[in-house]
Design a protein around this ligand. Structure first.
Ligand code: ADP
Ligand code: ZN
Ligand code: ZN
Length: 804
């Protein structure tokens, strides 16, 4: 096997296939599938993934692999296969699929070294290698390659004695902590204890400590927490009794937090009924997709935890996906509390280095459970026993860049590969999933009631037009305001929710109605109070807030819309004694601030939690008895066939924050369209009726789950070019689909211009079109040639979640 098939890192149609390279003699056996290598490609050197080995190539003279980049494969064989699947399903390049599965640290510019693995000792190495690694030394990767050491080092890496370290340049690699270690055995320390003069009482104390505790201890802990004197440490180090040593620690983002250990709860009858088919699938090692449909607070998470318990007992592993915004410390705590150090957490709040550390724990089999956002679906486990997707309806599970995959599909594919069950959990399942459960494709598990049968909160829907008519111009209806005052009086807590999406804080002229838009995009500019700037969220254009209307020169031009800042100010005026915590993009930008604000609220140091989407999910505080939704309909007006579904889901989620414990909860929803079924039915928390209504509408309008969608978006600097290419594509596709399919276009995208590029779309609605992927591929190939030259861009999104 001296020939490697390599996917090179040149994302283009012509290079989207394996290239054969000869493996130089010295690396035969050392280069295996799943490793990255550097290969010559044309005049360049590029990175590539080895996907297979073979003895013969159909090509005559092959170029040689220049050098390996890894000692152990970064992708296992299952993930290599998953890459192919991703490529087919999303029409992306193979290289993009492989790159998407790796943590960023492996993609960034890094320094690479080979080092003694943690826990290994120098004696574990063959004599000939020891001198390279003595005293914490490391070999630089380039030296290892030049010295022809790779195959020998690789053997050690496979045995776990050596490892490769990636040092992300901007934040250097691993974190080291200084430890103090006794250099003498206890008897030796005792002898020293006698020697030390009576006046050095501090040194005696310290020696006494180490006689009783001969383990290394963190230097900071010794002095700061246990109160031993720093100078005594130094003196004893000088005397040769103690040593200082830097030990590597994982950068554990949750290191400052203590997670109290929790035990499995005794399941209720409903939980038992729901978990038993899952347990059966786990024990039989059978792939099956379960839709766990249970209202918020019905005990879904406990079912996840106990299923994972079974999986771990079988010696297998689990992946839990949670939407980014609900990957709150509270959620993490529940998994860490049950499984402790067996859990790795992957989310976007971590630095590249931290994520890499968590990923390595998985790769080295040090953990059994990965909890994370979308991309955690690629956690490099080899023996998966279950995959759980919480809040399965969340749109953030769909990636919007290449490869445009949905984590649910990837999970089901991995579930097939590993013959393991999948749980999709939600209080408001996506229409697609619920329809599949109705058809028996997924197995439906229901938890209809909340724990301890607490009633669902009482919901009042307030028509804000009525409020306006009766002279209330405030952003709070009279009812909501009364209730806020009431809770403040009772020292109970309040959550106020403002739906930010689709709710730009724009600047408008009160006289002529002029709204300030971006000169490069067809979208209004968003007002940022901090620096009094107007900003375009699509292209980054920024300008000052005008003092005069550019249209009519009136100076009644001002900031509109109700951002969280504005609500906070209003609360400050109306209820100056209320303590408000505000959570939005602005207040949670810095690392740890999210957690800090929640802590403030949970410890009762605030009365009102005011925020956007980010507070809609996962919060579980006993003292919340009132939830107010300030404007329920902002999401309804987004041009998207899922807008009713999203509105229903969001309102139901938010309402679920109230009254989860002993105190009963109440919800007030303010809206300008109280008659809309998504709002009305969210008010009565009636998913089943909502499902029926929405399915009817989807059927009539030929949308999922009755039809699949494929969206082609064309953009170009010239309007006519964008239109004419979209026209060609529409005609091409129309001629190649069956009569059941609908091809719409060309139509302007809901945002028809971004960054001075015009955007047109063609939308295909279809039921069964086996040749559509091939035809879409042809479209991409055909226009890709033009791309570089004229600035034309053509992208295809299969099962799009953003129709923009
Ligand atoms: P969900 O995930 O459906 O929102 P949770 O799992 O968070 O529901 O459960 C809601 C509350 O009920 C939590 O405080 C949880 O600890 C508690 N709980 C869940 N299952 C049980 C059980 N079997 N016995 C007692 N309490 C439970
Ligand atoms: Zn004006
Ligand atoms: Zn813009």
């Amino acid at each position: 096997m001296n020939i490697a098939s390599v996917i090179v890192d040149v994302p283009a149609k012509q290079t989207d296939k394996p290239f054969d390279y000869e493996i130089p003699e010295k690396w035969i056996g050392a280069i295996v599938p799943g490793m990255r290598v550097i290969v010559p490609f044309g005049p360049r050197r590029v990175q590539g993934f080895v996907i297979g080995l073979k003895d013969h190539s159909e090509f005559e003279s092959l170029r040689e692999i220049q050098e390996p980049m890894d000692l152990v494969p970064v992708l296992n064989s299952e993930l290599l296969g998953l890459g192919n699947w991703l490529t087919e399903k999303t029409l992306s390049f193979k290289i993009s699929a492989y790159q998407a599965m790796l943590p960023a640290a492996l993609k960034a510019k890094y320094n690479k070294k080979v080092k003694l693995a943690q826990g290994a000792s120098i004696e574990d190495l063959p004599e000939s290698l020891r001198h390279y690694f003595e005293g914490d030394k490391a070999i630089g990767w380039e030296d290892a390659v030049k010295g022809g050491l790779v195959p020998v080092l690789q053997k050690q890496a496979a045995a776990g004695t050596l490892e490769v370290l990636y040092e992300v340049r901007e934040r250097l690699g691993k974190k080291h902590i200084k430890y103090i270690v006794p250099l003498l055995p206890p008897e030796g320390l005792k002898a020293k204890y006698e020697e030390v003069s009576g006046r050095a009482a501090k040194q005696k104390e310290l020696l006494e400590f180490f006689i009783g505790n001969p383990e290394p201890i963190e230097a900071k802990k010794l002095t700061n927490e246990l109160g031993y004197s720093q100078s005594a440490v130094k003196s004893l180090v000088d005397r040769g009794c103690l040593g200082e040593k830097e030990l590597e620690v994982y950068r554990d983002p949750y290191e400052d937090r203590h997670f109290p250990k929790t035990a499995p709860l005794k399941l209720t009858a409903a939980q038992k009924a729901a978990i038993s088919p899952v347990k059966a699938a786990i024990s039989e090692g059978r792939h099956e997709v379960f839709l766990l449909y249970g209202v918020t607070g019905s005990g879904k998470t406990e079912i996840y935890l106990q299923s994972i318990q079974d999986v771990i007992e079988k010696g297998k592993e689990a992946i839990v996906l949670v939407p980014e915004i609900s990957l709150t410390p509270q959620m993490v705590e529940r998994f860490k509390g049950r499984f402790g150090a067996e859990v790795a957490v992957l989310h976007s709040g971590l630095s590249a280095g931290e994520k890499y550390d968590e990923w390595r724990k998985i790769q080295r089999r040090e953990v059994k459970v990965a909890v994370g956002a979308r991309s955690a679906i690629f956690a490099p486990f080899e023996n998966l026993g279950i995959i759980i997707i919480d809040e399965e309806h969340e749109t953030s599970y769909k990636q919007e860049d290449m490869p445009r995959y949905h984590a649910r599909d990837a999970a089901i594919e991995r579930g097939r590969n590993h013959a393991c069950p999948i749980i999709l959990g939600s209080a408001t399942p996506s229409l697609e999933s619920f329809a599949r459960a109705q058809k028996g494709v997924y197995s439906l598990l229901s938890l209809p009631d909340r724990m301890n049968n607490q009633p669902m909160p009482e919901v009042a829907i307030i028509d804000m037009r009525e409020e306006m008519r009766s002279g209330n111009r405030s952003m709070f209806s009279r009812k909501l305001f009364e209730k806020i005052e009431d809770r403040l009086g009772k020292k109970e807590q309040i959550v106020l929710f403002l739906n930010k999406r689709g709710h730009s804080s724009f600047v408008m002229c009160r006289d002529c109605g002029y709204v300030m838009g971006c000169p490069h995009c067809d979208i209004s500019l968003t007002y940022h109070r901090r620096n009094e700037q107007m900003k375009c969220h699509y292209c980054g254009y920024e300008t000052h807030v005008p003092l005069q209307c550019p249209e009519c020169l009136s100076d009644h031009i001002r900031y509109f819309g109700t951002g969280t800042q504005k609500v906070e100010e209003e609360l400050g005026k109306l209820l100056p004694h209320a303590r408000v915590v505000r959570m939005d993009m602005d207040t949670t930008g810095r690392k740890g601030s999210h957690e800090r604000l929640l802590k403030e609220f949970s410890e009762g140091r605030a009365d009102i939690l005011l925020g956007t989407q980010m507070i809609a999910k996962g919060l579980d505080f006993p003292n919340i008895t009132l939830v107010g939704v300030l404007s329920a309909d902002t999401m309804l007006h987004i041009p998207d066939f899922r807008s009713a579904e999203k509105t229903f889901q969001l309102l139901t989620q938010v309402s679920g924050r109230a009254g989860r414990h002993e105190l009963p909860g109440e919800v007030v929803i303010q809206t300008y369209t109280p008659e809309h079924y998504s709002i009305e039915l969210a008010g009565s928390q009636n998913y089943d009726v909502f499902y029926q209504r929405e399915m009817m509408s989807r059927k009539v309008h030929k949308y999922p789950p009755f039809y699949y969608l494929a969206l082609v978006t064309v953009s170009h600097g010239q309007l006519m070019k964008a239109v004419s290419v979209t026209e060609q594509i529409t005609a091409f596709l129309r001629a190649r689909v069956s009569e059941d399919a609908v091809v719409l276009g060309p139509v302007a995208s809901p945002i028809p211009r971004i960054n001075d590029r015009y955007r047109y779309q063609c939308l295909v609605k279809y039921k069964r079109e086996p040749s559509l992927p091939e035809n879409l591929k042809q479209v991409i190939d055909r226009y890709q040639k033009e791309e570089g030259a004229s600035g034309l861009q053509v992208s295809v999104d299969i099962n799009p979640f953003l129709l923009m």
